[in-house]
Design a binder for this molecule. Structure first.
Ligand SMILES: [Zn+2]
Length: 357
């Protein structure tokens, strides 16, 4: 129903009960479902992949011509850079357009060998919003992390709503923090509001996660014109398309190039993010205990975050192209030590604040 029709109905309802007669003309016909895949093969580890997915079946400008168009432009830019030898992808970059969830799921399921090499997946869904008109900001929907179990502090769900997530759904990885870092770095130079939301599901990142592949969603929510016939080109911002496309492609270029220097850089991104997260969670837990919440629950939250980070750190080795060097192992150990140290101080503070109460 269009926005105008909705308003007219609401207005008519003011005068009392209302009956509506709707005539619908529709056509049902057999059609073929197609998936389009473009790839830039990696030079060294072609069987390893960064996969982007944009679904084609939604008819709106933002949902999802914006995702389809942004991905087309990303592929065009990437191949141009590749031809000019300005990029150096050691792993394959895959660009996939198809039916929502179904195409991506099939891509993962139809070849188990290929699936083993998929290291990262990103879904582009509603990525062009002119947020002055549409409402909700740009969001990175994170893969399930402890913020999806305990959503508090600055973390908040979109209007889409939470999905039940338990500890057994967590597959710790650096991907959340790396992607957030890339987007926030871009946002320092260009007008862009970047937010994240805990995992909710419902788009092309889901099949990756179901296959235990790190998968994220780039999107906006809510958009007041979402799934109405007012989701038109005038609601799309070229600046937003540029912001999302540039950050998405930059992330893939970095990880598909890989190697030790990049792994060390991502280690330091992860270290900074883990310190910030743990300090924030400790403060939230201290406040919770002060207001009467159980200490055991707060200890559980901190322990889960600690585990998230200590188990994310070893996944950094999937950026490497060779066996880990002593230098790499030393740096990642330093991050692990830092995570343990901060958590320990938090646990001690929790215990003593519990005694005071
Ligand atoms: Zn969509």
């Amino acid at each position: 129903m269009s926005f105008g029709a909705r308003e007219a109905l609401l207005k008519a309802l003011e005068t009392g009960p209302l009956k509506v007669v709707v005539n619908i003309e529709t056509k049902i016909y057999p059609s073929e479902e197609l998936t389009l895949i473009a790839e830039i093969p990696g030079q060294k580890a072609a069987e390893e992949r960064f996969v982007f997915s944009a679904h084609v079946q939604e008819p709106g400008a933002n949902d999802n011509a914006s995702g389809v168009g942004t991905l087309a432009e990303m592929a065009r830019v990437a191949i141009q850079l590749h031809q000019k030898k300005q990029i150096n992808p050691q792993r394959t970059m895959t660009f996939l357009w198809g039916d929502e969830i179904r195409s991506t799921r099939r891509y993962i399921q139809q070849d188990s060998n290929r699936a083993k090499g998929i290291k990262w997946g990103v879904s582009l869904d509603m990525v062009g919003e002119d947020t002055e008109k549409t409402g909700g900001t740009f969001l990175i929907e994170k893969m399930p992390d402890p913020s999806a179990i305990w959503t508090r502090g600055d973390d908040k769900h979109s209007e889409w709503g939470a999905t039940k997530v338990g500890k057994e759904d967590l597959n710790p990885h650096y991907f959340n923090d790396f992607i957030e870092y890339v987007c926030r770095t871009h946002a320092k130079q260009y007008p862009w509001t970047v937010n994240t939301n805990p995992f909710e599901g419902g788009s092309d990142h889901q099949p990756f996660l179901n296959a235990e592949i790190p998968g994220l969603l780039f999107w906006h929510f809510t958009d007041v014109f979402y799934h109405t016939d007012a989701d038109r080109i005038d609601k799309v911002s070229p600046q937003t398309l540029f912001n999302v496309g540039t950050s998405a492609l930059a992330s893939a270029l970095v990880l598909s190039e890989g190697g030790e220097a990049i792994a060390l850089e991502v280690n330091s991104i992860l270290k900074t993010a883990s310190i910030k997260r743990l300090k924030g969670e400790i403060q939230l837990s201290l406040d919770a205990v002060k207001s009467g919440e159980s200490v055991a629950e707060q200890q559980d939250i901190l322990a889960t975050w600690k585990q998230w980070y200590t188990e994310s750190i070893p996944t950094l080795s999937d950026i490497l192209l060779e066996a880990p060097t002593a230098a790499f192992l030393k740096q990642s150990k330093a991050t692990t030590n830092k995570v343990s140290k901060i958590t320990k101080s938090g646990m001690t503070a929790l215990k003593s604040s519990a005694k005071k109460n």
